[in-house]
Design a protein around this ligand. Structure first.
Ligand SMILES: Cc1cc2nc3c(=O)[nH]c(=O)nc-3n(C[C@H](O)[C@H](O)[C@H](O)COP(=O)(O)OP(=O)(O)OC[C@H]3O[C@@H](n4cnc5c(N)ncnc54)[C@H](O)[C@@H]3O)c2cc1C
Length: 365
């Protein structure tokens, strides 16, 4: 997926480091606004957290920090338009595979949530054995990140953006009219630089933000499609049916550095919790499990805004909600980069809230 321009001669308006959902969705949005864009990706686009994710658009998850709510709502509102644009650009449809979710609630029902009676549970999830658990019924969609994995890079290219894969950003230096970006295979230049490096965005070369990887392990089990037709979130486990019998089960939340090893014991524990809820779930003979790294921040809020270095920006730290938050992130970042007022307040997400961050990118040589 190499861009067609010789690196030394080409000076796009924006270079985005990181070819996950955040970098690629921002690339589509900046192209829509008329900017030339190159995404520089260390490995393959859409192969890190954005592929490993569950794909729940969990706007009303009671575990979300309340300060995240306006961003969640904006992103939910933008999602249909985002998926339509991707399809229009590349011809690949990314469907919502579920439209509702059963969210476990304990004695205290969170404000605004509607308890699910027995009827909707029986209709949406006849295979579910809830036991003593109580659920709220949420109007919440989910997608399969595998669908985005091919569609989103194709949409960026179709929009006229470049993607340079197998190219690591090693340092950034600001000049009078833009940035020089040191990569493992040469120096690039651009008008602005955006750090979209997910769990790796805290690298000293990218400004030293306090971003930490939070490991999540996942697996697939299978049952007849009609037995589970909505997401189920229960204590210590969630189940995401994909519509053809495959059900993605997640996830661990681990502080394990950059380790992405799948552990048999963790997978077995998740499978056991899932089968306690839907006993018909079965594994396939071939292993279907994986792990990914969420980009965590100290306050569980993303980092969106200008970096200390001129012409540099951060769009990262989306922790458990980067699939949901990508369209709103792209919209707000494009507005900020273009000097417009962002359509919702972004103060809570400012990079400046981390006073201890060693702001200042490692210089390009
Ligand atoms: C198990 C799991 C389940 C999840 N479930 C959900 C869910 O249901 N719903 C939801 O909304 N979110 C979910 N998330 C969170 C979501 O996946 C992330 O928030 C989101 O993918 C972050 O996107 P990103 O583009 O910032 O990061 P990534 O997708 O990780 O992309 C970052 C990219 O940057 C590249 N990179 C790193 N360093 C450099 C460098 N120096 N130079 C060039 N490139 C570099 C990496 O190779 C990588 O491709 C889940 C995450 C995990 C791990």
């Amino acid at each position: 997926m190499q861009g067609s321009h010789a690196a030394a001669a080409y000076h796009p308006d924006a270079i985005l480091a990181g070819g996950g959902i955040i970098g690629l969705t921002l690339a589509v949005e900046l192209r829509r606004r008329g900017l030339s864009v190159t995404v520089v990706e260390r490995g393959q686009a859409m192969s890190s957290a954005s592929w490993a994710a569950g794909g729940m658009l969990a706007v009303d998850d009671p575990q979300n920090p309340s300060a995240l709510m306006p961003l969640c709502r904006l992103s939910r509102a933008l999602y249909p338009e985002f998926l339509e644009r991707v399809e229009l650009l590349c011809g690949q449809r990314v469907p919502l595979r579920t439209q509702q979710a059963l969210q476990y609630v304990d004695a205290q029902v969170p404000h605004g949530l509607r308890m699910a009676t027995r009827e909707p549970i029986a209709a949406l999830a006849p295979g579910l054995e809830p036991g003593d658990l109580q659920f709220a019924l949420l109007e919440e969609g989910s997608l399969d990140p595998n669908d985005l994995r091919t569609a989103l890079p194709a949409a960026v290219l179709a929009a006229g953006g470049n993607i340079l894969e197998e190219t690591t950003v090693l340092g950034v230096k600001a000049g009078a009219s833009g940035v020089r970006i040191q990569t493992a295979s040469g120096v690039l230049s651009a008008g602005v630089f955006v750090n979209c490096c997910g769990a790796w965005a805290g690298d000293a070369a990218l400004g030293g933000l306090p971003i930490a990887p939070v490991k999540g392990q996942m697996l697939n089990l299978h049952c007849a499609p009609e037995r589970l037709r909505c997401v189920v979130r229960a204590p210590g486990v969630y189940l995401i049916p994909r519509g053809e019998g495959r059900v993605t089960i997640g996830s661990t939340i681990e502080d394990a550095g950059f380790d992405e090893t799948v552990r048999e014991a963790s997978i077995a524990a998740l499978a056991e919790r899932a089968r306690a809820l839907v006993p018909e779930l079965q594994p396939r003979p071939q292993a279907e499990h994986w792990a990914g790294l969420r980009p965590g921040t100290p306050d569980a809020l993303p980092v969106l805004g200008a970096a200390a270095m001129e012409h540099c920006w951060h769009a990262t730290g989306h922790y458990r909600d980067g699939i949901l938050l990508a369209p709103a992130t792209a919209r707000l970042m494009a507005q900020m980069i273009l000097g417009e007022t962002p359509e919702i307040p972004v103060g809570d997400f400012s990079p400046r809230r981390f006073a201890t961050a060693r702001e200042g990118f490692r210089a390009a040589s």
